[in-house]
Design a binder for this molecule. Structure first.
Ligand code: AMP
Ligand code: MG
Length: 338
């Protein structure tokens, strides 16, 4: 199959919408990461998403919609605070997991009695769903287990020849996947942290959501898999900037392999750039900017053939919790505190 790459203008969106309507696969930009979309009405197309990504069959997809009525058409018994969440955060990077109406087909939801739904704020994404005339199931547009794609080039690298079309809408604003918030059990629970934080949910609902821990059996099926992982072995070093940098320098000096270091603005000058591939994740006080470039940085370590990556951890609060969630998963749990 030849994968077409199109600018995300009106013509490109119309072409991608036609692909989706006809049962094909189209990658498209959202404000979080690039999605790989298929018509929610087409079982074979949805199965193809799993096939091309190599995604485990028990990992459900997020249904992307362009109209709030589509949320209520698919869900039931949503708690009252759900309306407040939707009016505050949709369109935007919040996925809501709610009880699924039995009329909604089983495909895409991995047979669960709940369904994950979000309305993206990215114009291209919403227009695509509107033109496709169907809600669109879309996971991140990457090979399963790899860092999510935050540019059309990342999608092409992973899925060239396997999907029909990629809409190029430039780099994603947030660069981290949506917050997944479960409302199906009464009280809200964050299954995957993202740009919409627990504090933001609490400010709108008066309910402070429980945060699913990285340890123990995850409630969100997707969170149990190795994820976001570059080819190189990644270790996260948590601690005050100078101490983290000192430990990374000590460890890197002991290795005779090609080392990549994900530094921060606070430490970038503490590493020898002639010896290591040093990338600046950004200012520790701006986790949202670190999140926006995180996956691109992990992918560029791979592109440069780095063997081992050391990444500085940042404060695990606010959007920093989402950054640390992805880094911890990418490391397969190799986290060192100094
Ligand atoms: P992705 O679209 O690749 O970013 O993955 C979607 C995420 O949403 C995965 O972590 C899924 O496990 C999660 N998800 C989707 N549907 C549900 C659901 N019904 N209940 C809990 N988590 C879900
Ligand atoms: Mg994904």
């Amino acid at each position: 199959m030849k994968t077409a790459v199109r600018v995300a203008d009106r013509f490109g969106v119309m072409e991608a919408a036609r692909v989706i309507r006809n049962g094909g696969l189209a990658a498209f930009p959202t404000e979080t990461v690039y999605g790989l979309g298929a018509s929610a009405l087409n079982e074979t197309a949805v199965e193809n998403i799993y096939a091309v990504k190599g995604r485990p069959a028990d990992n459900p997809l997020i249904l992307h919609i362009c109209d709030i009525s589509q949320f209520y058409a698919c869900t039931e018994q949503t708690p009252d605070y759900c309306a407040a969440l939707i009016s505050a955060f949709w369109p935007g990077p919040l996925t809501v997991v709610a009880l699924k109406k039995s009329s909604v087909p089983a495909w895409g939801t991995a047979g669960l009695h709940t369904i994950a739904i979000r309305m993206p704020s990215n114009q291209t994404a919403r227009l695509l769903i509107e033109y496709a005339q169907t809600p669109v199931y879309a996971p991140s547009a990457n090979v399963s287990g790899k860092p999510s794609s935050t540019s059309a080039q990342h999608v092409l690298r992973d899925l060239d020849g396997k999907i029909d079309i990629i809409l190029d809408g430039g780099s994603c604003v947030h660069g981290l996947e949506s917050t997944v918030l479960d409302v199906s059990c009464g009280l809200p629970r964050i299954l995957r942290p993202g740009f919409i934080t627990a504090e933001m949910v609490c400010a709108e609902t008066g309910l402070y959501p429980e945060l699913e821990s990285l340890r123990g059996k995850p409630k969100s099926p997707g969170m149990k898999y190795a994820h976001y992982a570059p080819k190189a072995e990644l270790t996260v070093i948590n601690g005050a900037p100078e101490r983290a940098a000192a430990l990374i320098n000590e460890r890197a000096g002991d290795e005779d392999k090609y080392i990549g270091i994900l530094a921060t603005s606070q430490t970038i000058n503490m590493y020898d750039k002639s010896k290591y591939l040093v990338l600046n994740a950004g200012d520790r006080s701006r986790p949202e900017l670190i999140g926006a470039s995180l996956f691109a940085a992990l992918r560029s370590f791979d592109d440069k053939g780095v063997d081992i990556i050391y990444a500085e951890g940042i404060a695990d609060s606010g959007v920093g919790a989402a950054v640390m969630n992805r880094l911890t998963k990418a490391s397969g749990g190799r986290v060192v505190d100094v």
